[in-house]
Design a protein around this ligand. Structure first.
Ligand code: ADP
Length: 178
């Protein structure tokens, strides 16, 4: 499923983000940038130790929730990994929506700053962090649409969804968003 906005394309794909050959893949990181399970574990396993060596050196203080930092991508096909820190779901009244949008927005800003023409996102915060998939999908897509409308870049934004449920939620949100 894909949508064209000006010169940019937003598309949905079901699969494993570590196999993406785009300029940047986004990691659903935690604020300590210490690695973990889920997509973070998969990226560090396949990308090798140089990614964490770089984030340890450049960002020993970690990264605040709702923001992101960028590194090279080790053995991955991508050129960069953008480590985005989404919020842990705490019921919805702790600013989770704005923090999740912030993690996507900052990732897109970094992609543009580093001349990335293509970027792939996982469904940030929807695994261990427990963000409800339907609302997370809506926020992810609304933030991406808003960004490309304002900036006309990057050329390609892919959402790489791991499960059937994630793909269905993103597809439904994509159909409804104008
Ligand atoms: P968070 O802590 O932000 O919730 P997780 O890694 O636990 O991060 O999960 C984020 C989302 O990434 C979940 O929807 C999970 O199913 C998905 N995911 C896990 N592994 C991969 C992968 N290799 N490629 C793409 N998505 C993945």
């Amino acid at each position: 499923m894909r949508r064209q906005i000006g010169q940019s394309i937003i598309e949905l794909h079901q699969g494993d983000i570590t196999l993406e050959s785009v300029d940047a893949i986004v990691n659903a990181a935690n604020s300590h940038l210490l690695g973990g399970g889920g997509v973070d574990g998969a990226i560090h396993r396949r990308g090798g130790p140089s990614i964490m060596a770089e984030t340890d050196e450049k960002h020993p203080e970690g990264c605040p929730t709702g923001s992101a930092v960028i590194s090279t991508a080790g053995d991955l096909q991508a050129k960069h990994v953008i480590h985005a820190v989404g919020p842990r779901w705490q019921g919805g009244n702790r600013g989770e929506a704005e923090l999740l949008a912030g993690a996507y927005r900052r990732s897109l800003e970094l992609a543009v700053e580093y001349d990335c023409r293509s970027i792939s996102f996982p469904a940030i915060s929807t695994g261990v962090y427990g963000y409800p998939m339907d609302s997370a999908a809506w926020i992810a897509l609304a933030t991406a649409l808003d960004f490309v409308r304002k900036h006309g870049r990057p050329e390609l934004i892919r959402f790489v969804l791991f499960s059937d449920g994630a793909f269905e939620a993103f597809s439904a949100a994509m159909e409804q968003l104008t």
